[in-house]
Ligand binder design. Structure first.
Ligand code: KG4
Ligand code: ZN
Length: 352
């Protein structure tokens, strides 16, 4: 099944062409194209994403990326000796999919309207994609082997922190989520407190490399019996810690120590709860997804804990951690086979 996927839920316009095969038992994917147009430079002066600016950029970028996807394929075909003499034909697309949520409503609409008109013009089937399912399944873009279940899924993004118990790829139960800020949001807010630019997560990680985790910030809800998270109090502790320092004491070194200590506290909570869930539910596998999965400390520490338990950790390939459209193609391939449908309308708070 060849899928054209469109993702515009936040500040990246992304178009992907992905080939899916193997069915629900052994789904495998080949990413033919995944072209990203990032808006970081546009939103940076505002310290965060401005929804209407983002929408304007999506509207401008979508037709450009669409042409680019097919121009790239055309040149690949031309360069291939085997078919040098054959005429170029736009490869058959079996399905068009577009993120319908969760995300910023004006941004979602930009992608949805574009996808709808493409589907109509080309008489193609269109289905809605769930951004969170995309993050959950993004490891499948590089993982080809069978997956052992039960599994624990941990989704860590700018808007969500979710823990799932999965009995199969399509059967899961949410066992915990954040009660206030998402972990990525906490990274972004701490970055702002430390005077770092947007997007804050990668900046906090970079700064943390130059510091030591010497400050004992709280690990919210770490000992609670449930699997919920809370990151708002941790962020406030960072704010108060910095406020209580005399201006003279606020050096680069101190900020680096704060970044390292905050990062360690946030990661400790994520890992401890995930490991606890893996033990309780007898998991064989841990699946990690979402933008915060880019964080090396999180990947490494979770990897260590997973190995101690004799489990397998499945993570997305680097470039598919943050928002992309290939992951939406994967989620929609799976939903298509399962017969799960989302309305093709913007759903800012769509859940999983
Ligand atoms: O999944 P994503 O690209 O978009 C959403 O669906 O939200 O995640 C973006 C979030 C942002 O909060 C960003 O700061 C965070 O992921 N992030 C990181 C890192 N890279 C991105 N957080 C911590 N460390 C990183 N290296
Ligand atoms: Zn995302």
């Amino acid at each position: 099944m060849k899928i054209l996927a469109i993702e515009t839920s936040c500040d990246e316009t992304v178009l992907a062409l992905v080939e899916g095969k193997g069915g629900l038992r052994r789904p495998r994917f080949k990413v033919l194209e995944n072209i990203v147009s990032s808006q970081i430079k546009i939103h940076r002066p505002f310290g965060g994403v401005v929804p209407n600016l983002a929408k304007r950029e999506h509207l401008k970028n979508l037709p450009i990326l669409y042409r680019q996807v097919f121009a790239n394929l055309k040149s690949k075909i031309r360069n291939s000796k085997q078919i040098q003499n054959s005429k170029f034909q736009i490869p058959n697309v079996d399905l068009i999919t577009v993120t319908v949520g969760p995300g910023l409503e004006p941004c979602l609409w930009a992608g949805i309207n574009f996808a709808k008109s493409l589907a109509k013009e080309n008489k193609k089937r269109i289905i809605g994609g769930n951004h969170l399912e995309g993050h959950l399944y993004s490891f499948l873009l590089s993982h080809k082997k069978p997956i052992k279940f039960p599994a624990i899924g941990l989704i860590v993004s700018g808007g969500h922190t979710i823990l799932l118990k999965m009995d199969s790829l399509t059967k899961w139960k949410k066992v915990g989520e954040t009660r206030d800020d998402a972990v990525g949001e906490a990274f972004d807010k701490v970055a702002r407190i430390l005077g770092l630019p947007y997007p804050g997560g990668p900046e906090v990680e970079k700064l943390a490399r130059h510091g030591k985790a010497t400050i004992d910030f709280p690990r919210p809800m770490i000992t609670h019996k449930n699997y919920d998270f809370s990151f708002s109090g941790l962020k406030t502790s960072v704010l108060y810690y910095l406020r209580n320092q005399s201006p003279k004491a606020i050096s680069y070194k101190l900020k680096a120590n704060i970044a390292a200590s905050f990062q360690e506290a946030a990661i400790d909570v994520l890992i401890q709860k995930t490991v606890k869930a893996a033990r309780e539910f007898g998991a064989e596998t841990i699946i990690l997804g979402g933008g915060v999965a880019t964080n090396k400390k999180l990947r490494n520490n979770l990897g260590k804990e997973t190995r101690k338990l004799g489990l397998e950790l499945l993570v997305p390939q680097w470039k598919f951690n943050t928002d992309n459209a290939a992951m939406i193609a994967v989620a929609s391939y799976i939903n298509c086979l399962k017969g799960k449908k989302y309305k093709i309308t913007a759903q800012a708070n769509l859940n999983m």
